[in-house]
Every structure is written in C-alpha cells, then in structure tokens.
Design a protein around this ligand. Structure first.
Ligand SMILES: Nc1ncnc2c1ncn2[C@@H]1O[C@H](COP(=O)(O)OP(=O)(O)OC[C@H]2O[C@@H]([n+]3cccc(C(=O)O)c3)[C@H](O)[C@@H]2O)[C@@H](O)[C@H]1O
Ligand SMILES: Nc1ncnc2c1ncn2[C@@H]1O[C@H](COP(=O)(O)OP(=O)(O)OP(=O)(O)O)[C@@H](O)[C@H]1O
Ligand SMILES: NC(=O)CC[C@H](N)C(=O)O
Length: 681
C-alpha cells in the first residue's frame, strides 16, 4: 500500500517561492542565503523552490551588470550552489546574469541533484519608465535549441525548455522571468498548452502603490486561463533602494486561487510554500475539451519545446498535507462568500421556477410541505417566484399529507409556515389510502402487524406524490419538486411514483449541507415576517428524518443520517467524485485532512456547536464505501430526473446538466481502489 498519509501519494506537490535577503552585487552573500532557504525548504518537503530574478547578483545594480568581475563571481557562485545543493530534495530555479556567445542574458538556472538541468533567458526585457534592461541584456525571445556553458557544465539553453520529472513525483514545469508575464502572450501560455502544470516566474518587481494587487490579478488570471499553478517570486530586503523600493511579494496561485503568499516588506529572507493539487489541474485539463482544442490550434504552428527530464521521487518520510481543505465543499467558511453563494443559489431557484410558471401559464404551484428542510426551502422559493412575476401567493397550493410517522412538531411547523407565508394550505391524511394499498398488497401492516419495510415507506412517499399530481390535474397546477442533490447522489428518494418525480424541481441542484444556510439566509434577509423567521428557526432545529417509520418504543425517530451517513461527509464525497473525478483514496485523504480535527480550520457561520465534530479515518472510510455503493446503485434515479436549474459547479446530477452515466454500472473498481489504498485505521 502506498503511504496514505503523505500528500505526495495523492498528486500534491509542495512548491515554494522565496524572497531571500540580499546584498547589492554580492554573489557570495546570495549563495549563502539561497542555500539557507533551500535547506529549510528541503527539510519542509518542498519539491520546487523558486528564487528571484537576478538573485545571485541582485537586480537593481544597473551598469555593474556589465562588469567582468561581477559576472565571474556570479558564475563561481553557481558552481558553489550546484555543489552545496546536490543532496537537497527540491529542484531550484535561481536568477543570474549569464554570458552566452558574447551576449548577456537575464537568465534562470535550473539546478537539481548536482547538475544544471537547463538555463532559460528572459524573453521580454522592460525598457520603459523605471526599467532599462535593454541597456545590458539581449532578449531571450526566439533563443531555442541552444546550449550554454556555466560553471564548467554544458546545459540546454533557450526559451524552448520544459522540465519534466519522470520519477515517482511526475510533473512538468516551465520558467519565465518577470516582464515575460506582463505581456499579452506570456511564454508560459504555450508552455501550459504543451503540458507544463507548474509555471515559475522569477521576478524582481519594485513596489509602487497598488502594484501588489496588479501582480495578484496577473497571477490569478494566468493560472486560471492556463489551468496551472503559477508561482511568482520577488526581490526583497537588501535590494538597492537608490531609486526604487522592494516589497518581497511572492505568491503561489492555482487555477485562479491564491494558495500562499509571503508577508510583504519582510526584514529578512523568507519563503511561502503551497501544496499544489496536480490532480485537480490534470482532471480539469482533461475535461475542458476547449483547453485541448486551443492548445492544438496554437501548438501546431509553433516551434516545439525541448523536454528535459529529471527524476524526483517521493521524499523518504511522509509529508502531511498542509493545504487547508474546506470541510464543506458546497458551503464556504468565509461568511461573505457564503452570503454571496446563498444569494445566488436562492435567486437561481426563484428564476428557474418563475420562468417555468410564465412559460406554461400554469396558475397553481402545488407542493407537499412536511415541515422538513427541503420542502420549506421549495415553498419559500415558490412564494418568491410568485411575487416576482406579479402573481398572488394565495394561488400556491401547499399540502400537509400526514402519514404513519408524521410528528406533531413537523406538522405544526408546516402549518405555521404555510400560514405565515400567506399561501393556501390544505391537509389530506394519507393513512386510509396507505392502509388500503398495503392491505391490497397483502402487506402484513394491512393486517395490523408493525412491519416497517421499504414497501411500507414507499407506499407513503408514493401516495403523497400521487395526490400531488392528481391535485395538479384537478386545479390546473404544477407540482414543485423538493428532493435535494444529496438525496439524488445517495438514491435516497422513492423512484417514479414517489418524491423522485415532480413537474419542476427547484432543489435538484442544492446539496443538503447548503439548504440549512439558504433557509437561514432567507430568515435573516428581511424578506420574511417575524413569524416566518421564527418558524424557519424551529425547522432548522429539527432532526432530519423522512418520517416514514413510526418511532420505536423509546420514541426514537428514524434518522436519515444513521442510514445513509452524515450528510457532511456524503456531500464531501459527492463533490470530489463528480466534480473532479478523484480516486476514492484521494477523496478519503482530503476528507481526513478536512475532518480529522474539529479544532483546526474555520467552520462556516451558524454551524451549531454540537455539530462541530471530527471524523476518524475509519469513519470516513466506512461512509465513503456506503456512498460509493449507493451512488452507483442509484444512477437509474438520476437518469430520469425532472427539469430544474443547475446551481453550482459540481452541483448537478441531471443527465442534461452535469452528470451522465450508465444506469447499469457497478462500484467494483472504486471499491477495490478504496480497499487497496485506504488503511483501516
Ligand atoms: N439500475 C436499475 N434500473 C432500473 N430499476 C432499478 C435499478 N436498480 C434498482 N431498480 C429498481 O428500483 C426499485 C427501488 O427503488 P425505489 O422504489 O426508489 O426504492 P428504494 O430505493 O429501495 O427505497 C427508497 C428509499 O428512500 C427513502 N426515502 C424515500 C422518500 C423520501 C426520503 C427522504 O428522506 O427524503 C427517503 C426510503 O426510506 C427508502 O429507504 C426496485 O424495484 C428495484 O428493482
Ligand atoms: N407529512 C408530509 N406532508 C406533506 N408533504 C410531505 C410530508 N412528508 C413528506 N412530504 C413530501 O415529500 C418530500 C420528501 O419528504 P421527506 O420528509 O421524506 O424527505 P426530506 O428530504 O426530509 O424532505 P423535507 O426536508 O421536505 O421533509 C417532502 O419534501 C415533501 O414534499
Ligand atoms: N523585472 C521586471 O521585468 C519588472 C517589470 C514588471 N513590469 C514589474 O514591474 O514587475
């Protein structure tokens, strides 16, 4: 079994971007400081370490760059770096002014395992405003197929280089230098198209007001467009302040997300390390067919890259993941982000239903209201949609349909909600019809025996649906569906003649872990009366139960989460399986990273204190196995879903939305992967 607890077993790569302190034109000092940081990074399990542009000479030294003594000292410094770093783990990218065939180039030297893998010159030299780089350097753009002698080694030289690890940690990276990514078409764009997942930028960007935000924007957009990790370093303390200042702003972005950033204006050398998810980038590139199409269109006419291989294996000891994984992939812990998500989700639901009501001209939304979370949210959405299209809320027909296990509490909440929202409420007791049906079926319950099996459950769910559809025929109505995304993922609904079916389902793309926040959002929105807000709080406090089976002798209710697993874990599993296609072992590893300790990491607002709990790896593995079994076995339910709007990325299981799969496959391959790669403890 691979080392489950090491992030390197799960396609993560630790990338560090460094801001060494420097002395003006002092290569010996630079080597010492670079090595100091490289050793720290090596001990920290970093696979790649990036240093600033012209780091070995320092950047802002103007005409000193053309001094032989300095250039000789830089080359000697590279020799020392190679020797002293040969036993370190990471690949190092170091900036230096280098001579090649009589010209001087602003270059990046890539060092690993005691040799130079290659050297990359800067393509685009800034010569405007405060920059005078063309006074000293030749542009590297177009230099390809060349080689260079540095510190007694001969190495490939050019802007046509990609560096590829073919060891146990496979990845490909590219190198560009500062201004290269301030141009319309950075060299890293084509490199990403040619397969580089990690893009390095050695920079020496002086600071002026507002520039840090511009750098973030450039890094975020370059990483998002190229579906890559973009690591950016910068010159910092000790650079010459003759005319400029340096804030040592280094950062790592992945696919638009900021993963790590140094504290700016440091007084000593520092670095920021980020755990890049190479698996996410590979998955995303594989499924974005436009990425591949655009790459082919571009690369067919471009000069090919030279691929320089090296071998990087996993570090000898386990490297735990440090990247923070959100416990709830559908519910951000950032309160502002969560508010924005709820605003969008709620409005998408409302817009979806409003359009269907307008298009059909149907007057009466018909909805079964249980007093549980899902039907509450659906009823609120229906009321808002009617307001939006200028119809009377009274035209909404809300039904409580009590069965054998409906409690007074949920029924009471349903009625309070119906009244406070000002919709038309009615009640139909489904028990006589259910008794009749069970008796007709010869089910023991028909003869009074307390047998509570799936038939007993589904007869009730089915009759409710039957009533709602026939009411729709009778009044000229449209049945609003309430089943949520998590239930669809788990197959936790009654197929066809059951809560699986409706005329339009506003909740089909809303995960259970988000619904409570949506309801809270509405309760606090000022959109509803105080009475409604109070009943919403009461509904939020009720245990999730289908109420299909009567309580046992001790009064214990049928609890959904005891059967299908905690929605917190199952929503996590659903997201990573469908959105990213990760292996079960990686999902378990991420879940373990997110859930193993209740005290670390932020929780979303309003999660009750008693729900802030941890899960052990054994629990995570157990419920993931249940999830896989249920998910595969219930695909037939998802293949036949009613219409409903897609709400979030990774949040649609409709075959017309974002999940198409056969209804006759099995979980065999996924279960085998889980069993093989996830330890029991
Ligand atoms: N691949 C496939 N293609 C076509 N048909 C397939 C199939 N796999 C099973 N089937 C058939 O489907 C039927 C089983 O599906 P189904 O009738 O839905 O029944 P089933 O999935 O066994 O049961 C539904 C479960 O959902 C629970 N539920 C229902 C309603 C609401 C809620 C809630 O909390 O919101 C929960 C309920 O307590 C029950 O445990 C069987 O007859 C089986 O033969
Ligand atoms: N007593 C009831 N009265 C009216 N409708 C009901 C009742 N029980 C269930 N339903 C309808 O069936 C749907 C599924 O109900 P169930 O309680 O089994 O699951 P749920 O996912 O917990 O939904 P909810 O959170 O709305 O209760 C509900 O959303 C509702 O539309
Ligand atoms: N060294 C450089 O190439 C600096 C130029 C770049 N536009 C910056 O200000 O960061």
């Amino acid at each position: 079994m691979k080392d489950f607890y090491s992030m390197y077993s799960h396609e993560f790569l630790r990338v560090a971007t460094c801001v060494p302190s420097t002395e003006v034109a002092d290569p010996d000092f630079a080597v010492e400081e670079t090595l100091r940081l490289a050793k720290l990074g090596s001990d920290d399990g970093c696979a790649v370490m990036l240093f600033p542009e012209l780091g070995l000479s320092s950047y802002a030294i103007d005409d000193l760059l053309l001094q032989d003594a300095l250039l000789d000292a830089v080359e000697a410094a590279i020799g020392k770096m190679i020797e002293a770093s040969k036993d370190l783990y990471p690949v190092l990218a170091i900036g230096a002014p280098l001579r090649c065939e009589g010209r001087l180039y602003n270059s990046a030297v890539i060092i690993h395992g005691g040799s130079i893998l290659g050297v990359v010159p800067k393509s685009y030299l800034p010569n405007y405003r405060e920059f005078y780089e063309r006074r000293y350097f030749s542009p590297g753009a177009g230099v390809s197929g060349a080689s260079i002698s540095v510190a007694g080694q001969r190495a490939p030289y050019g802007t046509d280089l990609l560096f590829r690890s073919e060891g146990g940690v496979p990845f490909t990276f590219h190198v560009e230098i500062c201004e290269d990514f301030w141009v319309p078409l950075p060299p890293s764009t084509r490199a990403a198209m040619a397969g580089a997942e990690v893009l390095l930028n050695l920079s020496a960007s002086n600071i002026t007001i507002g520039k840090a935000e511009t750098r973030r924007m450039l890094c975020a957009s370059q990483s998002a467009r190229t579906v890559s990790a973009y690591a950016y370093s910068a010159a910092g303390p000790g650079e010459s302040t003759t005319d400029l200042a340096w804030d040592g702003h280094a950062a790592v972005f992945e696919y638009g997300d900021l993963l790590a950033e140094t504290e700016r204006f440091p007084t000593s050398g520092t670095f920021a390390a980020a755990d890049v998810d190479l698996g996410r980038l590979r998955q995303e590139r594989m499924r974005l067919n436009s990425f591949g199409d655009n790459s082919r269109a571009e690369l067919d006419h471009a000069d090919p890259f030279r691929i320089l291989t090296f071998k990087l294996d996993q570090p000898s000891s386990s490297v735990p993941l440090r990247r923070r994984i959100e416990r709830f992939p559908y519910v951000p812990s950032n309160p502002g982000r969560l508010r924005e998500d709820c605003y969008e989700a709620y409005n998408i639901q409302v817009q979806g239903l409003a359009k269907r009501l307008l298009a059909t001209g149907v007057r009466h939304p018909v909805i079964g209201v249980s007093g549980g979370l899902d039907s509450t949210q659906a009823l609120i959405v229906a009321a808002r949609a009617m307001d939006m299209i200028g119809r009377d809320r009274k035209d909404i027909r809300a039904y409580t349909l009590p069965g054998f296990a409906t409690s007074d509490t949920t029924k009471g909440n349903a009625w309070t909600l119906i009244r406070s929202l000002g919709v038309t409420g009615e009640e139909i007791d489904i028990r006589p019809a259910a008794r009749q049906m069970l008796a007709d079926l010869g089910h023991p319950f028909g003869a009074g025996e307390p047998v509570y099996d799936v038939t007993f459950e589904n007869v009730q769910a089915g009759l409710r649906t039957d009533y709602l559809f026939r009411i729709a025929n009778q009044v000229g109505g449209l049945v609003v569906g309430t089943g949520d995304l998590s239930e669809l993922g788990l197959g936790w609904c009654t197929y066809g003649v059951g809560d699986h079916m409706s005329h339009y389902n506003v909740n089909a793309s809303v995960p259970k872990t988000l619904i409570q926040h949506l309801i809270r959002f509405v309760a606090h929105s000022g959109d509803v009366t105080r009475e409604t807000a109070e009943v919403l709080e009461a509904i939020l406090a009720t245990e999730i139960s289908p109420e299909l089976v009567p309580p046992d002798e001790e009064g214990t209710l049928q609890s959904t989460q005891d059967i299908v697993g905690p929605y917190a874990l199952q929503d996590f599993n659903l997201f990573y399986l469908t959105r990213y296609g990760y292996r079960p072992s990686k999902i378990a590893f991420l879940s373990y990273s997110a859930w193993r300790d209740a005290a670390t990491g932020a929780w979303p607002a309003d999660i009750p204190e008693d729900e802030k709990r941890a899960y052990s790896l054994a629990e995570i593995r157990h419920w993931l196995e249940i999830f896989l079994r249920r998910f595969f076995a219930s695909q037939f339910k998802r293949s036949t879903l009613p219409n409903g709007p897609k709400i979030s990325s990774g949040g649609s299981l409709s075959p017309r939305g974002d999940w198409r799969a056969p209804s006759d496959s099995s979980a065999k391959v996924w279960l085998a992967e889980l069993q093989e790669n996830v330890p029991l403890e």
